[in-house]
Design a protein around this ligand. Structure first.
Ligand code: F6P
Length: 323
């Protein structure tokens, strides 16, 4: 292992820069040449690889986003696209790749390894926290704190006006953000894709609150909920409770921005360094994570396909604590 490359792919996540920094600095420390790839897999296909050095990552540990950019690359989902990417890697004589991202990034990495045998390690960069083989993903802690800050503000206005709010948080297929934010924001109910949403039960919770003259009620909805996003859910509820006059807020991409929390920076630094060491040790086709505070590896396939269960007890707890 003499020359390695690092890329960020898919949705950006706060802490990706801290991870890039850890990869670059560890590579330099270990005497490896390190290349950055612009815009993830798209950059591999377009040959956008550039040399990095220790100074390239100065003063980025605290910055949100990713300095090497990211993209969702359709072309890399095709064998032709991956062949082009491999040709560029061969031309630059890259011996190994570290791909920082989530599900899509890991899936692409696994195909790439299977087809061309290039050593590749995944590092968990996604606010969704939905990767198996790591207790947390880079960006998750920042995202939940950003969302919580917004929810606290929504509570102020909701309470002043005796209003009910439906707040949608990110998580296409996963309810981790919704559960943590809902519980820590004192939500009356939390709706997640992992648990069937019973709208009649939700209405009963809200009616109980109105009956007790609660000032405000907040329902936190994961965007991937089986009953839909906040607008669809409210539309369905209004059929049953026409007098309902709630406000809907979609927090959206605000959750992906901002300076990473200390926890995200520590996680990113640890997994970034471990990813470089893994390549040196001859590991490949694996994702690095942290389980019970220890560095942990699982196959890229398992990281994507195995389900990390959410703590469904949070739902009941939110209901108990908001009564
Ligand atoms: O995977 C991270 C994520 O933020 C999801 O929570 C969300 O569904 C998705 O990305 C949004 O992606 P995009 O920015 O491409 O619209």
């Amino acid at each position: 292992m003499e020359k390695i490359a690092v890329l960020t792919s898919g949705g950006d996540a706060p802490g990706m820069n801290a991870c890039i920094r850890a990869v670059v600095r560890t590579a330099c420390y270990k005497g490896l040449e390190i290349y950055g790839v612009e815009r993830g897999y798209q950059g591999l296909i377009d040959g956008m690889l550039f040399p990095m050095e220790s100074k390239s990552v100065s003063n980025i540990i605290q910055r949100g986003g990713t300095i090497i950019k990211t993209a969702r690359c359709k072309a890399f989902e095709t064998p032709d696209g991956r062949r082009l990417a491999f040709e560029n890697i061969q031309e630059k004589e890259i011996d190994g790749i570290i791909a920082i991202g989530g599900n899509g990034t890991y899936t692409g990495a696994a195909y790439f390894y299977e087809e061309f045998g290039i050593p590749i390690i995944g590092a968990p960069g996604t606010i969704d926290n939905d990767l198996f083989g790591t207790d947390y993903t880079i960006g998750y802690d920042t995202a939940i704190n950003t969302a919580l800050d917004a929810i606290d503000k929504i509570r102020d206005t909701a309470d002043s006006n005796d209003r009910t709010f439906f707040v949608e948080v990110m998580g296409r297929d996963a309810g981790y953000i919704a559960l943590d934010v809902g519980l820590s924001g004192g939500a009356e109910a939390i709706l997640v894709p992992e648990a069937h949403t019973d709208l009649d039960h939700l209405i009963a919770i809200l009616q109980k609150g109105w009956g007790r003259k609660k000032g405000s009620q907040l329902v936190v909805v994961a965007e991937g909920d089986d009953e839909g996003g906040v607008f669809e859910i409210v539309k369905k509820i209004k059929v049953k409770v026409p007098s309902l006059d709630p406000r809907m807020v979609v927090l959206g991409h605000i959750q992906r921005g901002g300076s990473p929390t200390a926890r995200d920076r520590v996680l990113a630094s640890r997994v970034g360094a471990a990813a470089v060491q893994a390549l040196i040790d001859g590991k490949t086709n694996v994702a690095v994570g942290i389980v019970n505070d220890q560095i942990h590896f699982v196959s890229l396939k398992d990281a994507v396909e195995k389900k990390k269960p959410v703590n469904a007890k949070f739902l009941e707890l939110a209901e108990i604590l908001s009564t």
